[in-house]
Design a protein around this ligand. Structure first.
Ligand SMILES: [Zn+2]
Length: 280
């Protein structure tokens, strides 16, 4: 059973009907699924993400303003060789890579649907993505798992916070609500480099900076009962001698602490906000 969706390019309004299997909607974890629409699928000039609800109604679009660097000829690699950023983007798309990196940093279990005849290169994929994370987090990070399409119906993902990706249809069922701006930023920065090691270095460093800030926030929260976001940002800036981070970065850090540690931390921040609201 399939469903027809009419997708419209958010930039130039070119449209095209695509069909999507019904099972995707039935398995959707959090109500919205994202469809990665690569160059050429709907519009020859723009790539974007379509947000679709479980009834199959398109709720919105987001464009991805990033051009893929075409790897120089001769770089074409065989299936068995190691992953690189360019190769991973070529295989999974930009949004696919944002999602996979997001799942790794924030520790969401992730499943990729595969056909029976597909090569299971999850080991190489995990090794590649894990190289972006600090070593001490690796033992506590879910591996990305490939599952055969035939077993898809058997697993119950509905109630769990998991990322489910069908790359054949470019469909993503994501357990998070946040936009992947951080991932987009670090990938964009890395793509300015041609050398794989330099790309790796940049991504690793950006993630390390983020995690350092998160760990410092965690320390601050452990020493307090409740705190305003504004004060938290100021204290972080003083403690690390860094410019003040913005609210969206702080919210992302609190999500990281929720996912990786406990919900106690972010509750301390909210508590203060509630007190303030009661006071009004
Ligand atoms: Zn377009």
């Amino acid at each position: 059973m399939t469903r027809e969706l009419e997708l419209i390019c958010p930039v130039c309004h070119t449209f095209k009907k695509i069909s999507v299997p019904d099972t995707i909607f039935n398995q959707s974890v959090y109500g919205t699924i994202k469809i990665q629409v690569p160059l050429g699928a709907v519009c020859p000039e723009h790539q974007f993400i379509a947000f679709v609800d479980t009834k199959g109604i398109v709720r919105g679009y987001e464009r991805i303003d990033m051009l893929m660097k075409i790897p120089p000829s001769g770089e074409e690699v065989n299936e068995q060789s190691d992953f690189t950023l360019n190769r991973t983007i070529k295989k999974y798309g930009l949004y696919g890579v944002f999602c996979l990196i997001h799942a790794k940093i924030f520790n969401y279990p992730a499943y990729i649907l595969k056909k029976e005849w597909d090569l299971d290169d999850s080991k190489q994929l995990n090794t590649f993505l894990d190289s972006y994370l600090p070593k001490k987090y690796l033992d506590f990070t879910y591996p990305i798992i490939f599952i055969d399409e035939s077993e898809y119906g058997k697993i119950k993902l509905r109630k769990r916070k998991v990322l489910l990706i069908d790359f054949y249809q470019n469909i993503f069922s994501t357990p998070w609500v946040e936009k992947l701006k951080f991932e987009e930023f670090i990938i964009r920065k890395a793509m300015e480099m041609i050398d794989h090691d330099e790309q790796l270095f940049i991504i690793k460093q950006e993630i390390m900076n983020f995690i350092n800030e998160a760990e410092e926030i965690k320390n601050i929260l452990e020493g307090t009962q409740a705190i305003y976001k504004k004060d938290l940002i100021n204290t972080l800036s003083e403690n690390l001698s860094l410019p003040k981070i913005n609210i969206s970065r702080l919210n992302l850090i609190l999500t990281f602490l929720d996912q990786r540690y406990s919900r106690k931390s972010s509750r301390k921040v909210r508590k203060k906000v509630e007190e303030f609201l009661n006071f009004l």
